[in-house]
Write a new protein. Structure first.
Length: 197
């Protein structure tokens, strides 16, 4: 009888130790659920900052502007290279904007541009209106230079904002995902500018 009691006690201690180890691996009973192999930096991010909201609104606005510029290039340019670039701008920025809207929806962020961004948008609209009056080589020269300036400014601004956001911020992760495409757009615009000079 005593032997059976000792056996049961040892078994109970073993189960309790296993349960305790399992809780410890999960970070305790109140820990946030994480995917296997994830680190604390990948914990679900649900508290957007003011920077998140500003960046998402700016990205949305920029995407719309570049889509419009791409359509204009396809209609006003006579250069196959510029037309192809315009098509790429439309496709890439449409895809980018889908990602922006998805994250904005997850974080419940309003994509309405702040006042200072609306001023920048008005300047971009004025630039597009100016380009609408041009065609052929004159259009290509001014368009490629405008796209180079736009992308240089956007890349610098996004890299600065990226450095201000925590590693697990989905907006920071979105910026990291979009930057290679923006830099590709910048390089194409640089090449087109050199050819049209």
């Amino acid at each position: 009888m005593m032997s059976k009691l000792i056996t049961l006690a040892i078994a109970s201690i073993g189960l309790a130790s296993f349960a305790g180890a399992d809780v410890a691996q999960q970070g305790g009973p109140n820990a946030t659920s994480q995917a296997p192999g994830s680190t604390p930096s990948t914990v679900a991010y649900t508290q957007p900052t003011s920077i998140d909201a500003a960046v998402l609104a700016k990205l949305h606005q920029t995407n719309q502007n570049e889509i419009n510029a791409g359509h204009l290039a396809q209609s006003n340019s006579q250069s196959p290279a510029v037309k192809q670039y315009g098509e790429k701008l439309v496709q890439d920025h449409q895809q980018a904007d889908q990602k922006v809207q998805q994250i904005a929806s997850q974080l419940k962020v309003n994509l309405e541009a702040p006042a200072e961004a609306k001023v920048a948008d008005q300047k971009h609209e004025a630039m597009l209106n100016d380009l609408k009056t041009l065609s052929g080589p004159a259009f290509d020269k001014k368009f490629s230079k405008a796209m180079l300036t736009d992308h240089e400014h956007d890349i610098a601004a996004l890299e600065k904002k990226q450095s201000q956001l925590p590693a697990n911020d989905p907006v920071r992760q979105l910026i990291a995902e979009l930057l290679p495409t923006l830099k590709q757009h910048e390089q194409i615009a640089k090449n087109l500018t050199a050819k049209s000079s």
